[in-house]
Design a protein around this ligand. Structure first.
Ligand code: GRF
Length: 182
Protein backbone atom coordinates (compact mmCIF):
# COMPACT_ATOMS: atom_id res chain seq x y z
CA UNK A 1 0.00 0.00 0.00
CA UNK A 2 1.31 3.44 -0.85
CA UNK A 3 1.40 5.48 2.35
CA UNK A 4 0.13 9.03 2.29
CA UNK A 5 2.55 11.63 3.63
CA UNK A 6 2.01 15.30 4.47
CA UNK A 7 4.97 17.67 4.67
CA UNK A 8 5.28 20.86 6.74
CA UNK A 9 7.78 23.51 5.63
CA UNK A 10 8.64 27.11 6.45
CA UNK A 11 11.08 28.14 3.73
CA UNK A 12 13.25 26.88 0.90
CA UNK A 13 11.96 23.34 1.10
CA UNK A 14 14.91 21.50 -0.42
CA UNK A 15 14.26 18.48 1.81
CA UNK A 16 10.60 18.56 0.83
CA UNK A 17 11.69 18.51 -2.82
CA UNK A 18 13.91 15.50 -2.21
CA UNK A 19 11.03 13.70 -0.46
CA UNK A 20 8.69 14.46 -3.36
CA UNK A 21 11.27 13.37 -5.96
CA UNK A 22 11.86 10.06 -4.15
CA UNK A 23 8.16 9.31 -3.70
CA UNK A 24 6.67 6.33 -5.52
CA UNK A 25 6.04 2.82 -4.28
CA UNK A 26 6.92 3.54 -0.64
CA UNK A 27 4.85 6.68 -0.15
CA UNK A 28 3.00 9.52 -1.86
CA UNK A 29 3.14 13.17 -0.83
CA UNK A 30 -0.49 14.32 -0.67
CA UNK A 31 -0.16 17.73 1.03
CA UNK A 32 2.52 20.39 1.55
CA UNK A 33 1.58 22.91 4.24
CA UNK A 34 3.37 25.96 5.57
CA UNK A 35 3.10 28.63 8.24
CA UNK A 36 4.65 30.99 5.68
CA UNK A 37 2.60 31.81 2.57
CA UNK A 38 5.78 33.11 0.86
CA UNK A 39 7.84 29.94 1.43
CA UNK A 40 9.78 29.22 -1.75
CA UNK A 41 9.07 25.53 -1.28
CA UNK A 42 5.35 26.16 -1.40
CA UNK A 43 5.62 27.74 -4.85
CA UNK A 44 7.66 24.75 -6.04
CA UNK A 45 5.08 22.30 -4.67
CA UNK A 46 2.28 24.21 -6.41
CA UNK A 47 4.20 24.04 -9.68
CA UNK A 48 4.34 20.26 -9.28
CA UNK A 49 0.57 20.21 -8.95
CA UNK A 50 0.70 19.12 -5.30
CA UNK A 51 -2.06 20.24 -2.94
CA UNK A 52 -0.74 23.04 -0.72
CA UNK A 53 -1.98 25.00 2.26
CA UNK A 54 -0.57 28.00 4.10
CA UNK A 55 -1.72 29.50 7.35
CA UNK A 56 0.23 32.44 8.78
CA UNK A 57 -2.18 32.99 11.70
CA UNK A 58 -1.99 32.05 15.36
CA UNK A 59 -0.58 28.65 16.26
CA UNK A 60 -3.83 27.14 17.54
CA UNK A 61 -5.72 28.16 14.39
CA UNK A 62 -2.89 27.10 12.10
CA UNK A 63 -2.57 23.69 13.72
CA UNK A 64 -6.35 23.16 13.60
CA UNK A 65 -6.30 23.96 9.86
CA UNK A 66 -3.31 21.68 9.27
CA UNK A 67 -4.85 18.87 11.33
CA UNK A 68 -8.11 19.01 9.39
CA UNK A 69 -6.38 19.13 5.99
CA UNK A 70 -3.98 16.32 6.89
CA UNK A 71 -6.85 14.12 8.06
CA UNK A 72 -8.94 14.95 4.99
CA UNK A 73 -6.00 13.96 2.81
CA UNK A 74 -5.73 10.59 4.61
CA UNK A 75 -2.20 11.32 5.81
CA UNK A 76 -0.50 8.54 7.76
CA UNK A 77 2.78 10.29 8.58
CA UNK A 78 3.75 13.96 8.77
CA UNK A 79 7.31 14.84 7.70
CA UNK A 80 8.68 18.13 9.02
CA UNK A 81 11.14 19.58 6.52
CA UNK A 82 12.54 22.89 7.73
CA UNK A 83 9.34 23.65 9.64
CA UNK A 84 10.54 26.40 11.97
CA UNK A 85 7.62 26.51 14.42
CA UNK A 86 7.32 24.49 17.58
CA UNK A 87 4.30 22.20 17.38
CA UNK A 88 1.97 22.32 20.38
CA UNK A 89 1.90 19.37 22.77
CA UNK A 90 -1.72 18.71 21.79
CA UNK A 91 -0.89 18.52 18.07
CA UNK A 92 2.01 16.15 18.80
CA UNK A 93 -0.27 14.04 20.99
CA UNK A 94 -2.94 13.79 18.27
CA UNK A 95 -0.30 12.53 15.82
CA UNK A 96 1.78 10.61 18.35
CA UNK A 97 4.44 8.45 16.75
CA UNK A 98 3.43 9.67 13.30
CA UNK A 99 5.53 12.84 12.95
CA UNK A 100 9.17 12.73 11.83
CA UNK A 101 11.73 15.51 11.44
CA UNK A 102 15.17 16.02 9.96
CA UNK A 103 17.62 17.88 12.17
CA UNK A 104 21.06 19.07 11.01
CA UNK A 105 23.20 17.53 13.74
CA UNK A 106 24.22 14.14 15.05
CA UNK A 107 21.57 13.97 17.77
CA UNK A 108 21.64 13.94 20.74
CA UNK A 109 24.28 16.61 20.06
CA UNK A 110 23.10 20.16 19.32
CA UNK A 111 19.35 20.18 19.64
CA UNK A 112 17.76 23.46 18.55
CA UNK A 113 19.35 26.16 16.40
CA UNK A 114 22.87 27.05 15.16
CA UNK A 115 23.94 23.41 15.03
CA UNK A 116 26.79 23.92 12.55
CA UNK A 117 28.37 26.83 14.44
CA UNK A 118 28.18 24.79 17.63
CA UNK A 119 29.83 21.74 16.02
CA UNK A 120 32.68 23.93 14.68
CA UNK A 121 33.11 25.74 18.01
CA UNK A 122 33.33 22.37 19.79
CA UNK A 123 36.12 21.25 17.44
CA UNK A 124 34.14 18.21 16.29
CA UNK A 125 35.73 16.07 13.58
CA UNK A 126 32.33 15.01 12.26
CA UNK A 127 28.92 16.57 11.80
CA UNK A 128 25.79 15.30 10.14
CA UNK A 129 22.04 15.01 10.13
CA UNK A 130 19.47 12.93 11.99
CA UNK A 131 15.94 11.85 11.16
CA UNK A 132 13.93 11.38 14.35
CA UNK A 133 10.44 10.86 15.66
CA UNK A 134 8.89 14.09 16.97
CA UNK A 135 7.82 14.20 20.62
CA UNK A 136 6.85 17.08 22.90
CA UNK A 137 10.54 17.62 23.74
CA UNK A 138 12.56 19.50 21.13
CA UNK A 139 14.65 17.22 18.87
CA UNK A 140 14.57 14.48 21.50
CA UNK A 141 12.49 11.64 19.98
CA UNK A 142 13.82 8.29 18.79
CA UNK A 143 16.57 8.66 16.18
CA UNK A 144 15.66 6.66 13.07
CA UNK A 145 18.75 7.28 10.92
CA UNK A 146 21.84 9.47 10.67
CA UNK A 147 24.36 10.53 8.02
CA UNK A 148 27.83 11.81 8.82
CA UNK A 149 30.17 14.22 7.06
CA UNK A 150 33.65 15.44 8.02
CA UNK A 151 34.16 18.89 9.50
CA UNK A 152 37.05 20.45 7.54
CA UNK A 153 39.64 22.81 9.06
CA UNK A 154 38.48 25.88 7.13
CA UNK A 155 34.75 25.24 7.50
CA UNK A 156 32.36 28.07 8.27
CA UNK A 157 28.82 27.36 9.47
CA UNK A 158 27.70 28.02 5.87
CA UNK A 159 30.11 25.58 4.20
CA UNK A 160 29.38 22.91 6.79
CA UNK A 161 25.62 23.46 6.39
CA UNK A 162 25.94 22.95 2.65
CA UNK A 163 27.86 19.67 3.10
CA UNK A 164 25.33 18.41 5.65
CA UNK A 165 22.38 19.44 3.45
CA UNK A 166 23.85 17.33 0.64
CA UNK A 167 23.51 14.18 2.77
CA UNK A 168 20.13 15.23 4.19
CA UNK A 169 18.61 14.93 0.74
CA UNK A 170 19.34 11.22 0.44
CA UNK A 171 18.97 10.41 4.15
CA UNK A 172 15.42 11.72 4.58
CA UNK A 173 13.65 9.77 1.81
CA UNK A 174 15.40 6.54 2.85
CA UNK A 175 14.61 7.00 6.53
CA UNK A 176 11.00 7.92 5.81
CA UNK A 177 10.45 4.90 3.54
CA UNK A 178 11.95 2.62 6.20
CA UNK A 179 9.83 4.18 8.94
CA UNK A 180 6.69 3.63 6.89
CA UNK A 181 7.51 -0.07 6.55
CA UNK A 182 7.39 -0.52 10.34
C1 GRF B 1 17.62 21.66 6.97
O1 GRF B 1 18.95 21.87 7.30
C2 GRF B 1 16.95 20.75 7.98
O2 GRF B 1 17.84 19.83 8.54
C3 GRF B 1 16.51 21.73 9.04
O3 GRF B 1 16.15 22.90 8.35
C4 GRF B 1 16.79 22.94 7.09
C5 GRF B 1 15.71 23.02 6.08
O4 GRF B 1 16.18 23.22 4.77
N1 GRF B 1 15.45 21.15 9.83
P1 GRF B 1 15.18 23.04 3.55
O5 GRF B 1 14.04 24.05 3.78
O6 GRF B 1 14.70 21.64 3.55
O7 GRF B 1 15.97 23.40 2.34
Amino acid sequence: MTRRVGILISGRGSNMQSLVRASGDAYRVVLVASDNPDAAGLAWAREQGLPTLSHPGKRAEREAAFDAALRDAGVKVIALAGYMRLLSDSFVARWRGRIVNIHPSLLPLYKGLDTHARAIAAGDAEAGASVHVVTEDLDAGEVLAQSRVPVLPDDTPATLAERVLGVEHSLYPQALAEFLRR
